[in-house]
Design a protein around this ligand. Sequence first.
Ligand SMILES: [Zn+2]
Length: 240
Amino acid sequence: MPAPELKAWTSASLGNELYAHTGKKWFVEDIPYKVKGKSSNKHVQLICPDCNKKFSSSIRSLFAGSGCPACKDKVLYSKRKQINLRLDPEYTKKLSEIVEYWSLRGEFEFMDFNANQADLKSDVSFSKFIMESAIKALHAHLRNQERIDAIATWIHEEKEDDAECPEVMTLCYEYATQEWGEEEAALFFGTLWPLALSREEEENAIKNVDPELLYQKKLLDAFNEKANKAKHSQSPSTKE
Ligand SMILES: [Zn+2]
């Protein structure tokens, strides 16, 4: 069974099961409030399906894949991912030059992150540093995209005719405060608001399509996905 769409569990009909993006089913002990999106900082009590231990997690961390703290330590090491890259000679040479220069200088900054001595030790440690810095930066960008998505969803739910009327903005700010906490809402909302307005407008263009047609399209997409999967895994043992 596919994980229900986000909307299904963020609404009041949340029930007591929660699917994070991993497709894993988490049992929720209590839902004391209405959760309005996966960027939510709200904490829920969860029961780990693997070890049965209870733990508390924010919706956001659950979706970020941090999962059960008891199981996390057990798999932490094996979860380190080895990435094998073969750089072309041109890049190998450039990399060596960069590392040589900055290791002599003893300091290096990339995307607002400072390298330490260990990062500047070799081409490999340096590559790890720039890759992790880039991932941190991209992940911060992702968080902001999720915040924009969240506000755009609230706008869509609350606006009647005019998305830009002050009441809608007040309501959305209220949701942001509930979901992210006061500090985060105060820090981000003003900058995100115009972006969320245009995001909502963009998505509304799609939503205006006849739901019947969208449903037919959805079935077709699912059919295509299934056909592609079958094509890629044509082993008799994996047949359902
Ligand atoms: Zn566990």
